[in-house]
Ligand binder design. Structure first.
Ligand code: HEM
Length: 409
């Protein structure tokens, strides 16, 4: 996920084929989108810290233990820049706190945002999430085929996020095109990303101004009036730029990630009749199954900027270059997971890194888990016999299927 995709840029870039994934990787290529699990399995064996001269120089960390070490080392590996794309690092200046902050600034701002994402706050959103799922499923009644990604997975998180933020659900199509523009095609078309970022921020600025005048009980009002702890024990309100950056992050971080995982899970169930039947017949399996879908289909490989020369697993890495933290690759590391390339719905030990690890671990993980669980439960209750009706296409950036053709049964 590169939330700070905006900046100057070039569009319509043609991609040179990869010579060797260990020395010339390209995580924005269609080959990576389609085959990153196989590519990273090979790298974990023969070159756990891969490098590329593309993107002005970048590294890719693939093993579980190294990913954990890097994610905790905020001194050497900064979140100041989380995008690894054709933009020069020095041209990337977007503020999206807390993800673009390092300690000590990061903690206080993150803490201020925790209450609306607590388990208790998320539980209150279950009925509205169920209603959103049911409405999307009602629209499929009478049909024999559907696209489980477009007609369902891409609807649920958009509407839940809109509801949480207090934005009109009619704006769903605009959110979808903004999110795709920033985290999808925008990763290789930087002009598109810059335009979408400007539009989202202008849209959010308008709503923020309105909530400052007339607060309601939504998340925009919460952010507009949130207070951050200061060093001297007092508190301060968030500045206007901070508020805008936070809302921008919440909008882009929570949608595509969740829809990708719902889409991946439905894709898996559409191709595995045994797992589908197991989940229908044993509903209590759902929590473990959600964790396993998160592990197996983790959508986010996150970026960092290297602040000073360092060594990872014996490999020197250079200051000024960027680094990809391979959370999805870590999730398939055989040193941590038995049979890592198999989906085991009731996997007992599953300390996956789909939500990251360390200080930036996903703030919305309770919400994401709830959405995944409800979305899968409602779908399976309505269409217990659905099955695949075509090939899926995997997206670059946030990895998930852009289309999941299914026969509804
Ligand atoms: C399946 C869904 C999701 C996945 C896989 C996911 C994954 C991640 C990952 C890997 C990180 C860590 C980034 C890093 O290491 O720098 C992260 C951070 C974050 N996520 Fe999520 N996320 C999901 C859903 C959500 C949702 C629903 C929200 C809220 C609306 C959200 C909000 C955030 C925020 C605010 C951060 C930054 C936290 C910080 O910097 O302290 N995410 N997410």
């Amino acid at each position: 996920m590169s939330v700070d995709a905006a900046g100057t840029g070039t569009s319509g870039m043609t991609r040179r084929p990869v010579r060797d994934w260990a020395t010339d990787f390209d995580h924005l290529s269609p080959e990576w989108a389609a085959h990153s699990p196989e590519i990273t399995a090979d790298l974990r064996q023969r070159c756990p810290v891969a490098h590329t001269e593309r993107f002005y120089g970048a590294y890719l960390v693939t093993r579980y233990d190294d990913v954990v070490t890097v994610a905790h080392d905020t001194v050497a590996f900064s979140n100041r820049i989380t995008a690894v794309n054709e933009n020069r690092p020095e041209n990337i200046r977007l503020e999206a706190p807390p993800i673009t902050l390092d300690p000590p600034q990061h903690g206080p701002l993150r803490r201020a945002l925790l209450p609306p994402f607590s388990p208790h706050a998320v539980r209150r959103l279950i009925p509205v999430t169920e209603a959103i799922c049911d409405r999307a499923l009602d629209a499929l009644e009478g049909r024999t085929v559907a696209d489980a990604a477009v007609d369902y997975a891409q609807i649920v998180p958009v509407e839940v996020t809109a509801r949480l933020l207090g934005l009109p659900p009619e704006d769903g199509d605009r959110f979808r095109s903004w999110v795709k523009g920033i985290l999808g095609d925008g990763l290789i078309d930087l002009d598109l990303a810059a335009r979408c970022t400007r539009e989202v921020r202008a849209f959010l600025a308008e709503h923020l101004a309105e909530r400052r005048r007339r607060p309601t009980d939504d998340l925009i009002s919460y952010v507009a009036h949130a207070e951050v702890d200061s060093d001297d024990g007092s508190t301060r309100p968030l500045g206007e730029r901070e508020q805008l950056g936070v809302l921008y992050l919440l909008l882009v971080a929570g949608i595509d990630t969740t829809w990708s995982t719902i889409g991946s899970a439905l894709h898996h169930l559409s191709t595995n009749a045994e797992h589908r039947r197991l989940l229908v017949e044993t509903p209590s399996l759902i929590d473990a199954a959600v964790e396993e879908f998160l592990r197996y289909f983790a959508p986010i490989t996150m970026g960092r900027i290297i602040e000073h020369d360092a060594v990872i697993a014996g490999c020197p890495v250079r200051a000024g270059e960027r680094l990809l933290v391979g959370y999805p690759s870590a999730n398939r590391d055989a040193s941590q997971f038995e049979a890592p390339d198999e989906v085991i719905l009731d996997r007992a030990h599953n300390r996956h890194l789909a939500f990251g690890v360390g200080p930036h671990r996903c703030l919305g993980s309770n919400l994401a888990r709830m959405e995944l669980k409800v979305a899968l439960q409602r779908w399976l209750a309505r269409f217990p016999d659905f099955e695949a009706a075509g090939e899926v296409v995997w997206t670059i950036g946030v990895r998930g299927p852009s289309t999941v053709p299914v026969r509804l049964g």
